[in-house]
Design a binder for this molecule. Sequence first.
Ligand code: UTP
Length: 290
Amino acid sequence: MTNRVRKAIFPVAGLGTRLLPATKSIPKEMITVVDRPLIQYAVDEAREAGIEQLIFITGRGKSSLVDYFDSAFELEEKMRGKGKSLEVLDSSRAGYGELISVRQQEPLGLGHAVWCARDIIGDEPFAVILPDDLMVGKPGALKQMVDVWENVGGNLIAGEEVAADMTGSYGIVTPGKQDGAVTEVRGLIEKPAPDVAPSRLAVIGRYILQPEVMAALGTVGRGAGGEIQLTDALAAMIGKQPFNALNVDAQRHDCGDRAGFVIANIVLALDRPDVGGKVRDFIAGLSPRP
Ligand code: UTP
């Protein structure tokens, strides 16, 4: 058994109904923020954290996600012929053996999607990255988690304080001891109404998990919304293994949601030397709403 996190699961088989009609034929992870699809940001973050194997859990209509990380022979030949640099394509290519895709045949929930990778994970700790949560931080969110996990071990989830009226959209932590940005997880509940939520500490889309979580996923059955919930399997690990939440030092954009996507585009564009100036000038020229 290794104590390095080498493998990351990217569950990308969801239907993305909040982004219809675009997601009728484009996976939400292929929608662009500035000039790169959402999945590229997640993969870059994983690589920065030392991940060597990217495991995509895909479903119907999601093959463009795997194609995106392939080499594009004709395109590259044509670009070479025209003397154009191929550097722009570098990060969109997976190395040999770096990318594995597994099919989730029915969208039975995030927990089920993760469970689909059980044979590839084997007995190693692993990361889970939800690409919809675009995290902007230096170092990246997963790298921050790996650094902390090397000390605390066990299961480590990324947490964020959310507004009181938002608890119903997240898994919420019952907090224990706190040590700086690390909070012990004493309990976990999926999407509690604000009046019964044990805190405002929400689970966001980054996890480092022990392989035993896979066995728990195999037994939890369907939970909230009739789906197999990752939160339920994680709750079953409490008391058996160290379990903590890390408040990562990064800005999160929820790109599973229309407004989040638009905001991510604006924020990331403003930060880009090639387009930031134009976008800033345009925003500065907008008249205030009457
Ligand atoms: P979401 O809850 O955002 O669901 O899934 P969704 O289907 O993607 O989007 P909406 O709510 O219909 O708009 C959280 C993550 O879990 C993955 C999604 O792809 C996303 O990364 N997921 C969800 C699966 O891979 N399989 C599932 O069965 C459900």
